[in-house]
Design a protein around this ligand. Structure first.
Ligand SMILES: [Zn+2]
Ligand SMILES: [Zn+2]
Length: 336
């Protein structure tokens, strides 16, 4: 089968490998769609901290069951998606129903070879039916689930002002799920084209460019109170630090981004607000299921988010272009 391998940063090659044989309890998946993610771009550029090369990327996966283990509810030909956070099932976090932050977590396509292949074997507990949505939609559930998870971490409610810093796919997902909860949502970013997408096609009420007037606009938007819930999805340490100044008294700050840096903040400012600071890592199977319900119900404008696609064999030629800001990629989907 064809496999797209990243042997070292900056290079992608097509290699031939044998079709894998499923171990007992594993599903053999014929991969059909793989969404490309910020994580994949980081791996390709060599800035993902916990990674060894060569690596097969790809963790936003949909496909069809090629072979199911004995006794499985899945049948050959069934459309499926994958929860790519391969948790151990045994550690303290897993036992407390938080497999998304398992102590021994392996993410498909990051810590072990991923889905830019034609066939993939995975234990059945990470493979779920994708009935009622398209394969393209099923490959876009993962980043949406990360946003849905962050919004549930932040306990967003209808009477709140929500600020989302960063309008990449995950920031957009945080904004969309906050809006579904009825909150008044503002997105800020440095990229004007993303802000117009948020306003014109995704129905986000306010999308402001980061500039000298922005803080005044944020204050005006919230009657001088700032935001009940702030999400950071910038991947930028300075922006993450600045986000503390947008928290309302009694508010919550959810760090969805992860950066390889220390983040500091003013304790008196944090304390007088009685602010809550939360990390939000990955998503749970329940978040994936919720996203799929929302897609089925037509509540997520998935078609506006899938901006680019290419067949697997063309990915090595395409990826370097997709990374460039002028290509205006929101979500690119590889067709296997
Ligand atoms: Zn992803
Ligand atoms: Zn675990």
């Amino acid at each position: 089968m064809n496999v797209v391998v990243c042997p070292r940063p900056g290079t992608l090659l097509i290699e031939q490998r044998p079709v894998p044989t499923p171990a007992p309890g594993e599903v053999l998946i014929r991969v059909r769609r793989v969404g490309m993610c910020g994580t994949d771009m980081h791996i390709f550029r060599g800035v993902q901290p916990y990674l060894t090369y060569p690596r097969v990327m790809g963790h936003e996966v949909s496909g069809e069951v090629a072979a199911a283990p004995a006794g499985s509810k899945l049948r050959p030909g069934d459309p499926v998606y994958v929860v790519p956070y391969l948790s151990c099932g045994k550690c303290n976090a897993c036992r407390k129903h938080k497999p998304n932050c398992c102590q021994a977590l392996e993410v498909l396509g990051v810590h072990r070879d991923g889905a830019l292949v034609q066939y993939l074997c995975l234990p059945e507990r990470f493979v779920f039916s994708a009935h009622g949505i398209t394969l393209d939609e099923a490959a876009m559930v993962e980043f949406l689930a990360i946003g849905a998870h962050a919004v549930s971490r932040g306990d967003v409610t209808a009477d709140q002002h929500v600020l989302v810093c960063g309008s990449g796919p995950i920031g957009i997902a945080c904004a969309l799920f906050s809006k579904l909860r009825g909150a008044s949502v503002t997105v800020v970013d440095i990229r004007s084209e993303r802000l117009s997408l948020c306003r014109d096609q995704l129905g986000i009420e306010r999308a402001f460019r980061v500039d000298a007037d922005m803080d005044a606009r944020l204050l005006a938007t919230t009657d001088g109170n700032m935001f009940d819930v702030v999400f950071d999805a910038t991947g930028n340490p300075e922006a993450m630090q600045r986000g503390f100044s947008y928290i309302a008294h009694g508010g919550t700050y959810v760090l969805v981004s992860v950066v390889n840096a220390d983040i500091t903040f003013s304790d008196p400012e944090f304390h007088k607000r009685e602010a809550r600071l939360l990390a939000s890592r990955n998503a749970t199977a329940g978040d994936f299921e919720f996203v799929i319900e929302c897609i089925r119900a037509g509540k997520i404008p998935v078609a506006h988010l899938r901006t680019h696609s290419a067949p697997l064999a063309e990915l090595p030629a395409k990826l370097a272009d997709w990374i460039k800001p002028e290509s205006r990629v929101i979500k690119a989907v590889v067709e296997c």
